[in-house]
Design a protein around this ligand. Structure first.
Ligand code: 5GP
Ligand code: MN
Length: 349
């Protein structure tokens, strides 16, 4: 059965023109990239390579360990570690593809400014976040009802007639992004097209069981114990508001040899408590005086509103994040508690 492209004929013409007309391309994704960010970037990279373009993926701050198995992962440039190479690549690029983010700040301060400042370079944004900054790209493909940017990228490839050149490893990348952004198809994935797309990816020869094993069963022993510590010692549960908060200081993370990405997905775990509607994670940065906030919610409790109002952030309706600068952990916990109070009505109805 044909998969609806979603993307309008005019939009697909514009995308095709940008992708056909470029020679040197930089593919960018968001700060602290997740499976969808890396999956979509590498799938786009493979497509561009197949088309004979010079393409490089640049990630803002780090590459997550649990995705190192992906084809092309070792060719990814890290902006914060490889600044001069990154600047050279960006200056040479005639096209920048921006994937899985809708506002420049999500690239990090410096990279965000650089990308905004590239006036002559064409920019293509493909993203599924609510309310993207339309000025970020010459063409902005934005469908917030998509499960993931990977889903949207598959639809984009279909719309421009390029689905036949998706390689097996690009199909693996797309599956990984769709899988991780939906919590293993546990949420945001009621659209039957999601499963039609998976069928197409399977026809490309992917082994989804192996991909899932690569993603999930990839913990260090320390990460495994860190999760145990969070759940046993650090989780504050508030039964009356069906919510919880946990916090981790840099010292605590250090004790478990914390590596960036180790806490990925842990914020979802408290939602396994019966009736739970909200989980807030507060994690101190290992280097900077910043506390990173992750919020997950169920039903009509808006994680996005909470992130915007209390934590200088944003995101999706039920999955959002933000940060608190120069804030003690005690204060951050107080702020999180007051956020819960402010949402008491939605949490208890
Ligand atoms: P996470 O909790 O996994 O870091 O982020 C969850 C979602 O919230 C992601 O889709 C991410 O794009 C979004 N998000 C996280 N931090 C921020 C932020 O500071 N600003 C905005 N606008 N979105 C964020
Ligand atoms: Mn995403």
């Amino acid at each position: 059965m044909a998969i609806k492209t979603k993307i309008s004929p005019q939009e697909s013409q514009e995308v095709k023109k940008l992708l056909d007309g470029c020679k040197n391309v930089v593919v960018l994704t968001h700060y602290s990239p997740d499976g969808d960010a890396i999956g979509s970037s590498l799938a786009m990279w493979e497509y561009l390579k197949k088309k004979g373009k010079n393409a490089t993926v640049i990630v803002p701050n780090y590459f997550p360990d649990f995705l190192k198995w992906m084809n092309g992962a070792d060719a990814i440039v890290q902006f914060e570690k490889q600044k001069s190479l990154s600047y050279n690549l960006l200056n040479m690029a005639d096209l920048v593809c921006v994937l899985d983010l809708g506002e420049a700040s999500r690239l990090g301060d410096e990279l965000g400014r650089v990308v905004k400042g590239l006036k002559r370079t064409k920019k293509l944004v493909i993203d599924h976040h609510i309310g993207p900054d339309k000025s970020l790209g010459n063409v902005v493909v934005s469908y917030p009802d998509s499960s993931s940017t990977c889903e949207l990228l598959f639809r984009t490839f279909t719309a421009i007639g390029a689905d036949n050149i998706i390689t097996k490893s690009a199909a693996e990348d797309l599956y990984a992004g769709m899988y991780t952004d939906t919590g293993g198809f546990a949420y945001n994935s009621n659209d039957p097209d999601v499963f039609s797309i998976i069928a197409e990816l399977l026809r490309k020869g992917i082994d989804k069981d192996r991909i899932v094993r690569n993603i999930n069963n990839n913990f260090t022993a320390e990460r495994f114990r860190l999760i145990g510590y969070v759940l046993y010692e650090k989780l504050m549960v508030f039964p009356d508001t069906h919510s919880s908060i946990y916090s981790l200081t840099a010292d605590e993370l250090g004790r478990f040899k914390y590596l960036k990405g180790d806490m990925e997905g842990v914020v979802n775990m408290p939602l396994q408590i019966r009736g739970h509607r909200l989980s807030i994670s507060l994690r101190e940065d290992m280097e900077k005086p910043v506390i990173w906030v992750s919020i997950r919610s169920y039903d009509d409790v808006s994680a996005k509103d909470m992130a915007e109002r209390f934590f200088n952030g944003g995101g999706h309706f039920n999955a959002a994040g933000g940060h608190l600068e120069n804030c003690s952990m005690e204060k951050a916990i107080e702020i999180a508690k007051s956020a819960i109070e402010a949402f008491r009505e939605q949490l208890t109805k």
